[in-house]
Design a protein around this ligand. Structure first.
Ligand code: R5P
Length: 295
């Protein structure tokens, strides 16, 4: 309890000293509250301002995806080399210990499985805000199907996730899905990424495309790019390089890491591009070195 007598008079206000720069580097979150900022800051590397997010949520609609047949064997070795883990609560609980010291981006929605003709057919909330808080989530991911029959339903799920997240200081990753019928054009990604941001997503997962620099510039929150279907490692690293150079603030990558010839080496090579400004060629050389001479 502060004393109310005998205290020295406050007098040293350091009037010539400006407040320290906030050093805040996550686009669009300058006006968020402390908790939201604290969670976002933990996801993006202080030096590069970027994030390598490992996406292993594919099973929520695809079942055992190639390279992810055994979550318990594939995921733990990758954890030290990423900033964020993006997965379903079930996968996290099953394959990672609660001593984990990495931010979680929880996939909180469910969707129709790939057995349906249209995976946008109808999704909903699989993990509500109470469960996300219990899981100590740093972020919640909600899928959207812009331009598909399930668009309205998915935007409803995004809105509910954003509203609950704002109330609890947990950011939302708006996920732009690209199904078999959805175009992958600049026009589509300009619309989809901006729409998710305007609907409250604090960051957006999308894909690299020609004209990506305009997509990144027009989106008021950070965009991280998915890798999409497996590419040759050199091509995947070149795509990362182009995306970062054109404004992406990182990757939310799955198949191009866990389906690589050497997933840990590929994960580290992606980090060289995302955080250390290496060229794709330098990163691929690093990958091959690790592939042939594992540490
Ligand atoms: C797929 O189900 C999810 O949206 C993935 O989180 C996203 O596509 C990133 O994974 P990948 O790099 O394999 O596309």
């Amino acid at each position: 309890m502060a004393d109310n007598q005998g205290n020295p008079t406050a007098k040293n206000y350091h009037l010539g000293v400006k407040p320290a720069a906030s050093g805040w580097n996550v686009k669009g979150a300058e006006h968020c509250d402390w908790g939201m900022k604290n969670r976002l800051a933990a996801m993006f590397d202080r030096r590069s301002g970027n994030a390598v997010m490992l996406a292993f949520d594919h099973g929520y609609i695809m079942g055992p995806t190639a390279g992810l047949e055994r979550l318990d064997l594939v995921v733990p070795p990758l954890v030290p080399h990423v900033n964020v883990l993006m997965a379903t609560p079930g996968a996290i609980r099953a394959c990672l210990p609660p001593t984990l010291d990495k931010p979680l981006c929880l996939r909180v929605n469910y969707d129709a499985s790939v057995l349906f003709d249209d995976i946008s057919a109808g999704g909903g909330i699989a993990c509500d805000i109470r469960q996300a808080v219990r899981m100590n989530a740093s972020c919640m991911a909600a899928q959207t199907f812009i331009g598909a029959p399930g668009e309205k339903n998915s935007l409803e799920v995004l809105a509910r996730t954003v509203n609950a997240g704002q109330e609890h200081g947990i950011p939302t990753l708006g996920v732009v899905a690209v199904g078999k019928d959805m175009e992958r054009s600049e026009r589509f990604f300009l619309l989809a990424t901006r729409l998710l941001a305007e609907n409250g997503a604090n960051l957006v997962k999308s894909y690299y495309c020609e004209g990506f620099e305009r997509v990144a510039a027009a989106c008021p929150v950070p965009i991280v790019i998915a890798g999409g279907k497996k590419l040759p490692e050199a091509e995947a690293l070149a795509m990362c390089r182009r995306a970062i150079d054109e404004g992406a603030r990182g990757v939310d990558m799955g198949r191009n890491i866990f389906q690589a010839g050497a997933p840990v080496a590929m994960c580290r090579a992606v980090g060289k591009v995302v955080h250390e400004n290496c060229t794709a060629e330098e990163a691929f050389e690093f990958y091959q070195e690790l592939l042939h001479h594992p540490e």
